[in-house]
Every structure is written in C-alpha cells, then in structure tokens.
Design a protein around this ligand. Sequence first.
Ligand code: ATP
Ligand code: MG
Length: 640
Amino acid sequence: MNTNQQTDKQARARFEDFYQRSINDRDAFWAEQAELIAWQQKPTQICDYSNPPFARWFVGGTTNLCHNAVDRHLAARGDQKALIAISTETNTEKTYTYRELHAEVNRMAAALQALGVETGDRVQIYMPMIAEAAFAMLACVRLGAIHSVVFGGFASGALASRIDDAQPKVIVSADAGSRGGRVVAYKPLLDEALKQSSHQPAAVLMVNRGLADMPMRAGRDHDWAALRALHSEAAVDCVWVESTHPSYTLYTSGTTGNPKGVQRDTGGYTVALASSMPHIFDAQAGQTFFCTSDIGWVVGHSYIIYAPLIAGMATVMYEGLPIRPDPGVWWSIVEKYQVTHMFSAPTAIRVLKKHDADYLNRYDISSLKALWLAGEPLDEPTAAWISGAISKPIIDNYWQTETGWPIMTLCNGIAPQATRFGSPGKAVYGYNVKLIDDATGEELSTPNQKGVLAIEGPLPPGCMQTVWRDDARFVNTYWKSIPGRMVYSTFDWGVRDEDGYYFILGRTDDVINVAGHRLGTREIEESISAHPQIAEVAVVGVADTLKGQTALAFAIVRDASAVADEAACKALEADVMKLVDSRLGAVARPSRVIFVSALPKTRSGKLLRRALQAVAEGRDPGDLSTMEDPAALAQVQQRL
Ligand code: ATP
Ligand code: MG
C-alpha cells in the first residue's frame, strides 16, 4: 500500500468513526459540536425527543444567529471581508467587511424595529440578490423575528399565498430584480399580491435600486434609504432567544405539489451549519465561499448567508446568469476574489456545458479547492464534463429544504479521492439513513435493493422542526407515509451499493411501474443522457392499458440539425431506444422519445416531471406557481 492509499484508508476510518459516534453516542457527539458556536446560556439538555417526531435540540440554551454570524467576529476579524455583492446585471461590486456588515445590519434592525417588528413577528423578504437582502435576513434573526424569504420575481399569486401563510408584520422588497439584462419590476407584483392576500402587513420597506418605478402607498410603504439615514448610528442589541425559537420559515420548491412551509429552529441550525464547515467542506475563517444559488432557496439561506458567515469566511452573493457577459464569468470571480469553495447546482453546469469549455480555462482558479453541487441528480456525463473542464474535485451533495444541510455527500476527509460520479456518496454524520421497502415498511439491508430513502428520528440539528402552523401536516406528510413505521420519508427512491454508496433513482412519486418492474426516472434518464447527441432529458411514466405504465422521454439535443426533419428524429429516437435496451433492458425502453427545445422547470431549476406527466396523460398540470418558463410546457403539449 502506498502512502496515499494509507492516508486515504485512515481518513475513511476516521470518517466512519465520526459517523458512528454521531448515531450511537448522539448527545455526546452533538454536545461537542455545540461548542463551535457562541451561547449566551449553555444548553441543559442536548436533545429532547420525548414527543416524537418533534425533536427539540439544545434545550435550555439561548443564543442568537446574527451574533454568531456577525458580532462574534468583530474582535478577531472586523476588517476582514464578510460579504461580496456582485451583480453582472447592474455591473456593480461591493465588498463589506464584518464591521461594515455589522453596521448595515444594525441600521436595518433599527428600521425594522421602528416599523414595529418584535421578537416572534414574521418578516417577509421578497428581494433580488442584493446586499440589502442579506442585511434584512440578518436583521430579522438579530431581533428574534422570523424571516420568510420568497424567491424574488415569483408571480403575485405565489407571493400572495405565502403572505397569507406567514402573516408578516413587515415585508421587505425592492423596486426590481434583473435577469439576463431584463428588468423585472417587483413593486407592481407585490402590490398585486397584497390585493389578492387577505393578510395585510403593517408596513412595507422598499429598497430603491433605481431600476424601475416604485409607486409608494403613503402610510404603509417606506423608503430604505431614508430610514437608513435616520438610523445610521444605530446599535441594536441581539435578542437572546431559546435554542428552539424559530429562525425562519421557507417553502419547498413545489416540484411535486403544494409547497410546504418548513420551520427551522435557531440553536440546532446554528450548530449544524457551524459544524458542516470544517467537517463537510473543510472550510475555515478567512477563506471565501461562493455559492451560486439564490437566497430564495434553502441552499442560499444556508450557504450564501449563514454558514460562511458563522465560519468567519467571506461570502459571495451573485446576481446574474452564469453565462453573462460570457460563460467564464463565475471563474473570473473565483480568480478575482480567491474563492476557495464553490457551491452550485447541476442545472447551472448543464447551462455551461452548452458552451465552449475554453471559457472556463481563461482564469487562474488555483485558489479553488472543490466544487460542490446540489439540488438535482448529478448525472455522470455532466459531472465528468465539469470535472474535465475545471480539473477540480466535483462533489455531489444530496439534501432537501426540510433538512437545511446535506443528508448525503462525501465529507471532508474522504472526498474527493473517493468520489463516484452518479452518487452523492454516503450518509452524513447525524443522519440515520435507512432504505425502506415502501410496501412492507421493512428495512432493506442487502446491497442493491431499491427502496425509499428514509431517516430514523430524531432528525439531526438544523432540520425542520415542523410545518409552519401545521404540526399535523408535519406528522402526516413526513412520518406516516410508510406502513407500520414512524420514519421520516425523503420521498426519494434510491439504492445502496456494497460499499455503502447511495444512488438517488428519482422521486417516489415518479417511480415508473412497467409490467410489474419498478424503475426510477433517473435510471432511464441517465442511460439516455449517455448518448452523445442528448444534452438534457426528462422521463415520465404515463398510463398504458397493457403494461400499466410506460416511460415517455422528452429530450433536448446538443445540435438542432440532428432533429431537423422527421426522418432524422426517427433515426435518433431509434438510436436512443437501442441505447436504453443495451444499458437497462427493453423493459425500460421509452415508448417514445420526443425532441423539444426546452423542458419545464421550477425557478430553482428542477425538472417538473409531474407537469410533463399530467400533460402527457391529458390531465390538468395543477399548481404551476413555481414554474420558470410556461412556453416549455406549451411546446411539449404541442409536440405530443
Ligand atoms: P417539493 O418538496 O415542494 O416537491 P422539492 O422537493 O423539489 O419540492 P427541494 O427541497 O428544493 O424541493 O428539493 C429537494 C429534492 O431535490 C430532494 O428530495 C431530491 O429529490 C432532489 N435533490 C436534491 N439534491 C439532490 C442530489 N444531489 N441528487 C439527487 N437529487 C437531489
Ligand atoms: Mg421535496
């Protein structure tokens, strides 16, 4: 065995031990992790699981998320970079040190207080990716107010339903966002939403970027610039809250149906994020984290805002596309700011993959340690492409809005040597992951059996406490879906190999049952995307009188000339079918491969298979409030 292999082996053993301790000696393990954060009062009990499935972490402890993210760093690194706000839409860049960030957050907290916000009140944040959005989030948790960020640019209907659910005292918004050079005015969307919602906030705080008209309603709407000036010297103390005090609510992406309002605690979340930085990401104070997500999603909450700041790092907040002004823009940021950690999503990499890989090689990215990807299955061809293009470790991350931080990945210590493309790796410490037979509720322990991915309670710190204002929905949705067993269902379908690596095969809703064989959509998609002509593909099961269901594939080709006429389409379709036959067997072969130029996705870039399926079966596609581009679905309808 050479030295490398030996270190690798030691690292794996250490990781295995770390994981086992988190499960078998849970409270001692998390008591140690809790030392990573600042408490005003230390917890007296690590985990109260006397009322399952509700877990209460770090009971008796009092802390503050903003203190841990900002104030705590002032003494040691007040003049270090904290927030780097870059917009390739407005061509602006601004860096805030921890001291400057602290001052801005204090001004925002004072403004919110002046508008009546108190501990426990909700504040809705409907903002583009600008620094003020981060100030607003941090100001809320500073006051112990509960923020509820709604993805900027969501249509009025989606915003109205979230306003009614969160019942905010104040809404913070901006005149406009911008995407690909197109300005989207937010204020008219917000005003329309407020017409539709039955709840009305006491005040609306508007940030004016000077991009669009922003009609103000006297008495209700306030201008941030004016309030900021009024509170320029403000000092607002952090409100020490119970560990179990909610820090925020956030809706899931709505890929499978009605979005669920996830409620997160304070102490557990702070500890989970603090611990994830050294133990998952190998990250330290003084380094720079660049997460390309949006603050409207959970990845943005955890890894644009909170975790990097808790760790004392600089964090990059980016407004813009990955390909504007050109597909090298993200890597120019890596060079300029010496980014050490980058976090993105497979969907963004697929966008880059449509362009010349040379763009990615124009910059010196030697500061970068690795690229983590999450949000959707990372197919092998995409992983291999980006790995070749940037020559850095590519690490898949599997998690959910509900969990707040990764359920599966290869943690610091075993990544990247052990990466296997197509798999997010192994269960992360704290998560007692099980594969369950959804018909019998039995645990599947033999390798390579397919089942539902589930987590044995209690969920680790940082995960959802409940569904906002709906404990019954929390219990019934997540903990009662598997017969005879109270486990948390991820509603994802997966398999584990001999070495303990998991593979996500698709969502349980999407499993296709062809003549008694159950297939994950992901399995079929992966085999199709291995075809050199295919850029992107979505597979859904559609009702079939003979077989129960058949697979139907919608594919985007790399080069449009490959599907220029009917004969070419037929030839490529036959070729793709042959490939599926050879990789998975004829049972998985799609009944048709339909070529389209775009696929319906959520705003967070996830394939809306349920909408494709409904349209293919001639049904109403249901709630499409989170859909990105309605034209894509219309095109599918037309091609069918
Ligand atoms: P909803 O729950 O409202 O239908 P959603 O599940 O898409 O929406 P999110 O919480 O944003 O909302 O997404 C989590 C889901 O995304 C996971 O359950 C899984 O299906 C998928 N996912 C996330 N990361 C990965 C990954 N690395 N590999 C495979 N799938 C992933
Ligand atoms: Mg989900």
